[in-house]
Design a protein around this ligand. Sequence first.
Ligand SMILES: [Mg+2]
Length: 130
Amino acid sequence: MSDIPPKQRLLLIDDDQFLLNMYSLKFKTSGFEVETANSAMVALQKLRDGFVPTVILCDLVMPGTDGLALIRQMKDEHLSPSSAVIVLSNQSQSAEIEQAKELKVDGYIVKASTIPSEVVEEVKNILAKK
Ligand SMILES: [Mg+2]
């Protein structure tokens, strides 16, 4: 009998419901347990309630609290410090990438230049290195 590894838990944060559904399906198909949040506030509540994802995949441009502010807030509150944090955004300007780096994110994936199956592969690669 082989050991079945525990499922990797993903918290997917994006204000675009279409993208939430699409990436959610892709990651579930790849064996992840997926929780979604359509805003930073919803994500923060799940983390404050004690949800500990293996990896947090976070959009940047969202109404209300944006992704960078969300990541800052998570760090300030020491929410799920063991989670890998990866930005998944259309923002490909160096200013955003620099700001994300300053927050010590584990990865930065540009949506427009990465098809969904590649996003899953990239997340797996980042987790394997962590
Ligand atoms: Mg967005």
